[in-house]
Design a protein around this ligand. Sequence first.
Ligand SMILES: NC(=O)c1ccc[n+]([C@@H]2O[C@H](COP(=O)([O-])OP(=O)(O)OC[C@H]3O[C@@H](n4cnc5c(N)ncnc54)[C@H](O)[C@@H]3O)[C@@H](O)[C@H]2O)c1
Length: 438
Amino acid sequence: MKIAVIGTGYVGLVTGTCLADSGNNVICVDIDRAKVERLNRGEIIIYEPGLNELVERNMSAGRLQFTTDLQAAVQKAKLVFLAVGTPPTDDGSADLSSLWKVVDSVAPFLPADAVVITKSTVPVGTNAAITARLKERTGRNCDVASNPEFLKEGAAIEDFTKPDRVVVGVRRQEVADVLHTLYMPFLRTENPFLVMSPESAEMTKYVANALLSTKISFINEVANLCERMEADIDDVRRGIGHDSRIGFAFLFPGAGYGGSCFPKDVRALSAMARKHGIEPQILDAVHEVNERQKTLLGKRIAAYFKGDLKGRTIAIWGLAFKPKTDDIREAPALVLIDHLLELGATVQVHDPEAMDNVRASYGDRLKYAEQPMDALQNADALAIVTEWGEFRQPDFDQMKQLLKSPVIFDGRNLYNPVQMKAAGFTYHCVGKKAVRPT
Ligand SMILES: NC(=O)c1ccc[n+]([C@@H]2O[C@H](COP(=O)([O-])OP(=O)(O)OC[C@H]3O[C@@H](n4cnc5c(N)ncnc54)[C@H](O)[C@@H]3O)[C@@H](O)[C@H]2O)c1
């Protein structure tokens, strides 16, 4: 099939590349000329495991192209995916300005039999609004499908090519059939292809992200309580997780969730509820608990040093909002960095992939360490914010030698407190009592 993907960010690039890899002809469009030029030089603009090789293979096979020329891409396409960003506005509702710009630019060139497919996460009712807008611009009834994307950054290729399910919202069965054919190569293990109304599909995406965020905020709130009451959150997790009604997924306590999706989608769903006269009490609490959780490490470090961080150096391991990505949007590490800088600390950071993105915002206000151990040089304490694999089993003896004092604030519960105490560390984690060497 001939496919145009408009918006070549995380979702557009992964979608376009995976669809090219299953034999389709894909043209990815972006307004960001520099991004398109880099992609055409074979430079992958984001870090995503496996993406480099896949882009290279499909570009050399001639199935994947990158352009800023929307007209050329759309006029030959049978399927036009919309994958532009839908960031939050001040009141939390989704900003659809990029989407409308794209819809208006696509309309004059859209072939009569083409299907427009929304991959961006958009408020319920957007499919109907796009359909109406295209009718206004083209004079025809155009097919518009909703096809929310559930990929996780860091495992995006795996998620796209082996999805737990594919959700499509359509108004005509024929459109569902076209999309079923498109997704068939990825559904060979019989994972479901779920057809529903566009409104239900749009809602499904928000509900999925809101529920996952709810689980995280819930366990974080309970973890904070465990600390005060001398219970251990890991024991409690084990105690509840074996209950098949509860399970273990997404019930890890930590320094809060970030990324471009959970925070904005929770707020957007709240905004939708409010617009329809429903007070979204749970959703608001999920957001507020998370905002508070992101300040946990900063407050804890400030309290440990009695509020005075002037002349102190704090090392941070992990800047990306989660491992295996370079994405720092809404990352808890940024909240910690701001807090520490405000208190006058020198901050030495390390992340395997996200340092360039952080450098672009913070410049020389931070010290950047190429290796995790380099960040510890002369630091008064280490804070861990992202659970990258390489932080899980470090050389603790070397850490103790490098740190000025062996103090760790672990926002991801990577280590065993009993072992840390025995190894001579003061170790704070989330949801259990801090330990000090005897
Ligand atoms: N990132 C994720 O993990 C993820 C997962 C599922 C769904 N989503 C949703 O997918 C959508 C896209 O997210 P993303 O993370 O890929 O965003 P992104 O910001 O990484 O990418 C958006 C791209 O669209 C381009 N763009 C903006 N206006 C354009 C225009 N007029 N014409 C052409 N290109 C234009 C931008 O230059 C950018 O490259 C959002 O709605 C998001 O909520 C994201």
